[in-house]
Ligand binder design. Structure first.
Ligand code: 5GP
Ligand code: MG
Length: 195
């Protein structure tokens, strides 16, 4: 991996020991997020009345992606955070999705854009989409930065995908292992088994 990702202090070097390799570096992420923003903005401009766009990032993994993506959308929008968790603690295998209460504001008549970090089994995004649809929005779109190359039982697919990635546990750019690595600017593969 690039030695400068976190710098070379002893603590940060210890973190590098858990990283197998960089899969997508920060400049490729920035380029792709900007492309996704343009595509989403032009679709939304056609569909969306002023002030009726609500962006729902799925926390905590979508935090960094959402922060970058919303700044490429040249329109008035509201942000409503939604909590979801499938990999509590040190799990690298999904433990099933747990959703928070969801947006507090009224979504009826709004155009909703759900953002998540990664589409894996698809259960999280499918569950979040159902929760949003139950609030009678005018439309719902979904965008993920990453989609794993896996076979899935859920029928839904995200409307926008940044990158297809292999079926490996990835961290960085918002994605964590046991809460760590969300601040890594690149997307990296975690070493398995974790040292
Ligand atoms: P799904 O419900 O699609 O199986 O999983 C989606 C959620 O699980 C994502 O929002 C993400 O938080 C988490 N997840 C899935 N795959 C990975 C991965 O490779 N790394 C990390 N850090 N989280 C993942
Ligand atoms: Mg998540």
């Amino acid at each position: 991996m690039r030695p400068s990702a976190f710098g070379a202090t002893p603590t940060l070097a210890a973190m590098h020991a858990e990283i197998d390799r960089i899969l997508i570096d920060r400049s490729a992420i920035a380029t792709r997020v900007a492309q996704m923003g343009s595509a989403i903005a032009s679709d939304l401009e056609r569909a969306c009345g002023a002030d009726r766009l609500v962006v729902v990032p799925v926390m905590t993994g979508a935090l960094v992606f959402a922060a970058d993506l919303v700044r490429t959308l040249p329109m008035r929008l509201r942000l409503e955070l939604l909590e979801a968790s499938s990999y509590p603690g040190q799990s690298t295998v999904s433990q099933g999705v747990t959703l928070g209460a969801g947006p507090r504001t009224d979504l009826s008549g709004s155009h909703v854009l759900i953002l998540d970090d990664i589409f894996d089994s698809g259960r999280t995004l499918a569950a979040v989409r159902e929760l949003v649809l139950a609030r009678a929005p005018a439309s719902v779109r979904t965008a993920v930065l990453l989609s794993k190359r896996v076979s899935r039982s859920v029928a839904m697919r995200p409307d926008y995908v940044g990158f297809e990635v292999p079926d490996e546990f990835v961290v960085g750019y918002g994605l964590d292992y046991d809460g760590w690595y969300r601040n890594l600017p690149d997307i990296a593969v975690l070493r398995q088994p974790v040292p």
